[in-house]
Design a protein around this ligand. Structure first.
Ligand code: SAJ
Length: 406
């Protein structure tokens, strides 16, 4: 039996996927309300295909509990916050989940850590716990790291199709866990050592962060020269070995805006390019705020409360707003003690910020300058409603003439 610990964005789909493919699974989360919702037959967030997957897993007998189970395999997929000041990963949730597992697990159990951790975390924070619990790794407890790679917005598909990495102390247990993931994963599963697996995960997200930063830096250079960054990127990308990403209003989510800081935090004198890239990405919400003031001056607008931010989530068509550029921008505006910008997001039903609207028409009636922060399908479909507005399009999706860009 597999006990999946932590039923969030990664743990829940993973547990459902295994249960749907014939594995006996109990999902555990310390949040009783979340477990109650799951036991009432409802997934706790939205993703393409998640409801169907949930139903299949329930029919196959998945159970949800707030208690740790006696199992042969544990998959720990709890969040790993990071300390904004030291830029270091804070493994407290992984540590406390592992401690709880070690209290109930039988000898011979395999403990798989899926949570994203900085390279060396298992050596530093997990192995000592195993020893303190009176177990010996490699004999009583078998440690494996299985970093996830799925992208919010396409999680179910990517869970089935992405290649994966597993890091294990012992080849035999790496292969055992590989067989477990191969119950549903159609991609290639590479088995390596634990520290290499930890490093690959962080490096993958760092690669993307650095490449987004490059696009954002180009946007700033092109703004200075009054040139069209999108046209420049489009032409450059016709070169067979050039593939530049898109600039945007900032980088959000709990992965690309966070994981690279682990390397900066651990190797401050070595990770120079990464450090500068992260600072560039983090500077984008303020860059957008400055653009708003520039455009207002140009248009003779004086009332900032007639400016509205479209999109509060960290990217399109998801309801996840962790580290969202729009929230960063609003925070920055508050620090400058400026009066409130308006905002609206079709995916955020509850009141998250001040001056937030819950319907597109009401929002548009209340503003003269619309800032497209997130390219939700909704706004692409309803672009006609922006006629007559001043538009700052941070996502390059609005085909109307006279639109401003970052
Ligand atoms: N973004 C840009 N320009 C781009 C692409 C993205 O500004 O050209 C912005 C997005 O708007 C968003 C942020 O970057 O704010 C991150 O979005 P994303 O779609 O690039 O990635 P995430 O954070 O949703 O998911 C990433 C993925 N990692 C990689 O692609 C290397 C995913 O595969 C990982 O599983 C996930 O992080 C994770 O959990 O680590």
């Amino acid at each position: 039996m597999v006990n999946v610990i932590g039923l969030g964005y990664i743990g829940l789909p993973t547990a459902l996927m295994m249960a749907s493919h014939g594995v006996e699974v109990v999902g555990t989360d310390y949040n009783a309300a979340l477990v109650d919702t799951l036991n009432a037959g409802r997934p706790t967030f939205k993703e393409d295909g998640l409801e169907e997957l949930f139903q299949t897993a329930v029919d196959a007998g998945i159970k949800f509990s707030h208690e740790y189970q006696v199992a042969d395999t544990y998959i720990i997929s709890v969040p790993t916050p990071y300390d904004k000041f030291s830029k270091k990963v804070d493994p407290c949730y992984v540590v406390s989940a592992a401690e709880s597992v070690l209290k109930v697990c039988p000898k011979g159990a395999t403990v798989v850590i899926e949570s994203t951790i900085s390279p060396g975390t298992i050596d530093r924070s997990i192995r000592p716990l195993v020893a303190a619990a009176g177990f010996t790794t490699g004999r009583d407890i078998h440690l494996v790291h299985a970093p996830e790679r799925i992208i919010p917005g396409n999680m179910v598909y990517e869970l089935l199709h992405n290649n994966r990495t597993l890091g294990a102390d012992e080849r035999e247990y790496g292969e055992k866990v590989k067989a477990l993931y191969a119950s549903f994963c159609q991609g290639e599963i590479v088995v390596t050592d634990i520290k290499t697996a930890e490093m690959t995960k962080v490096v993958e997200n760092t690669f993307r962060a650095v490449n987004i930063a490059f696009a954002n830096e180009l946007a700033k250079i092109c703004r200075h020269e009054n040139m069209d960054v999108y046209e420049i990127i489009r032409i450059c990308n016709m070169h067979p070995r050039v593939n530049i990403l898109q600039p945007g209003p900032g980088v959000g989510g709990h992965c690309i805006s966070v994981d690279p800081w682990f390397l900066v935090g651990d190797y401050p004198s070595l990770a120079k390019v990464i450090d500068e890239s992260m600072k560039t990405n983090d500077s984008m919400p303020d860059f957008v705020l400055n653009r708003i003031y520039e455009i207002m001056r140009e248009k003779g607008m004086t009332d900032i409360t007639r400016v509205g931010l479209y999109g509060l989530t960290y990217k399109e068509n998801v309801d996840d707003f962790r580290e969202s550029p729009t929230l960063q921008l609003l925070e920055s505006q508050e620090r400058h003690l400026a009066p409130g910008l308006k905002s609206y997001d079709p995916f955020i039903k509850r009141d998250l910020v001040k001056n937030q609207y819950h319907d597109l028409d009401g929002f548009l009636d209340a503003v003269d300058l619309v800032v497209i922060m997130v390219k939700h399908d909704e706004i692409k479909r309803q672009m006609g409603k922006l006629h007559g507005k001043v538009v700052l399009d941070c996502q390059n999706i609005c085909p109307m003439p006279g639109v401003y860009h970052i």
